[in-house]
Design a protein around this ligand. Structure first.
Ligand SMILES: Nc1nc2c(ncn2[C@@H]2O[C@H](COP(=O)(O)OP(=O)(O)OP(=O)(O)O)[C@@H](O)[C@H]2O)c(=O)[nH]1
Ligand SMILES: [Mg+2]
Length: 338
């Protein structure tokens, strides 16, 4: 995994000639598509889900229990009952109709099935325009406690900085001990300004004032880190709704992005988090999946994409600033199977 190119290795190519047009990111994206090989290094990890699935096809011939065993594998790796059943039914149907003749055919059909799920809500943009160019771009990060929001805030901030944007972070978590110091520490490390107030301040007031700050300082991208909250705590979800309203009051088209951050290790619980957050917060524009390094499972990605029409936009496989990748179905499948 350590040998793989992270999002920043290819982005550094653009360091000398940053794009200042906030909507013009095609060049970057094309370059990324060519350059990120094996982003999650799946084939190198013997413990890994896809290594095991691959192995399964090498070791097993099609017999009475072949498809049941394959389904068990998918279930074990967090694909969830719905997705696993759907995939297996499709494979059985095609095999019975002789559209698939042997294990190898089934293996490739499985890849096709997985690709079509991953590609379903695919969004490869760095900036989702609301039709207003060269204006402040506001990103709000939300999610339950400890999933990696603050780390993602820093990674995103660095990502946009390398794209040539002026970036600021906002410490709207005024609740958790050391939360403000944590984000300031990232700000210092990355030389990115952090807007913050004292502990106990109303998060909405921090957000409100941070937008003024961003306008004054001619910031291009404002990344708002919020406090972790359980999806079933009504008052905390209301607070989040208030945060969104405050942003909208200041800037009618914002937030441009609302990213729900999910910890891949939480498995099926991520589905419940996605469901409840998206019920309370309209227009979640993407999911950022963290801690893929901390799990041998990866099937939750498929379960999420099968169930929700929210794209997975980025993923993280470590704590370092460079352990950050744009999510791309083609590359993901490539790393799974080759
Ligand atoms: N292994 C691994 N650790 C990560 C990753 N992303 C974040 N972490 C670690 O997870 C822990 C929590 O990360 P934070 O960014 O503080 O999470 P948070 O969601 O902001 O937490 P709260 O603000 O308390 O809700 C830290 O120790 C991070 O270094 C990742 O992709 N992989
Ligand atoms: Mg945090």
């Amino acid at each position: 995994m350590k040998n793989n190119k992270s999002i920043f290795s290819w982005l550094s190519f653009f360091k000398k000639k940053p794009s200042h047009n906030i909507t013009d990111t095609n060049v970057v994206l094309n370059h990324q598509n060519q350059c990120i090989d094996n982003p999650i290094g799946i084939s190198n990890q013997k413990n890994n889900l896809f290594f095991k699935i691959k192995n399964f096809f090498f070791k097993n011939k099609i017999n009475d229990i072949f498809f049941t065993q394959l389904e068990d594998k998918l279930l074990k790796f967090d694909f969830g009952a719905e997705v696993s059943r759907k995939i297996i039914n499709n494979l059985i149907k095609k095999y019975k109709n002789r559209l698939l003749e042997n294990e190898q055919d089934v293996y490739f059909e499985l890849q096709n099935n997985l690709f079509s799920i991953l590609n379903r809500n695919y969004c490869d943009k760095n900036f989702i325009s609301h039709g207003i160019e060269n204006n402040l771009y506001v990103i709000l990060l939300i999610g339950v406690n400890g999933v990696g929001k603050t780390t993602v805030a820093a990674k995103l901030a660095y990502f946009y900085k390398i794209l040539g944007k002026s970036v600021a972070l906002v410490a709207s978590d005024t609740f958790r001990a050391a939360a403000i110091e944590q984000i300031n520490c990232w700000g210092d490390k990355l030389s990115i300004p952090v807007f913050y107030k004292s502990y106990g301040s109303d998060p909405s007031s921090v957000i409100f004032d941070s937008i003024e700050f961003a306008h004054d300082k001619k910031i291009d991208v404002l990344i708002i880190d919020t406090a972790g909250r359980l999806h079933n705590k009504v008052n905390l979800m209301q607070e989040l709704q208030k945060n969104v309203r405050v942003i909208q009051k200041k800037i009618s088209y914002a937030p441009n992005e609302i990213f729900l951050v999910l910890d891949a290790r939480n498995g099926q619980n991520s589905l419940i988090q996605t469901e409840l957050f998206s019920q309370k917060i309209n227009n979640i524009t993407g999911i950022i999946l963290t801690k893929l390094d901390g799990t041998a499972k990866g099937g939750i990605i498929f379960a999420i994409l099968e169930k929700f029409s929210i794209p997975i936009r980025y993923f993280c496989n470590g704590e370092k600033i460079s352990d950050f990748y744009k999510f791309n179905a083609k590359d993901f499948i490539k790393s799974m199977f080759y």
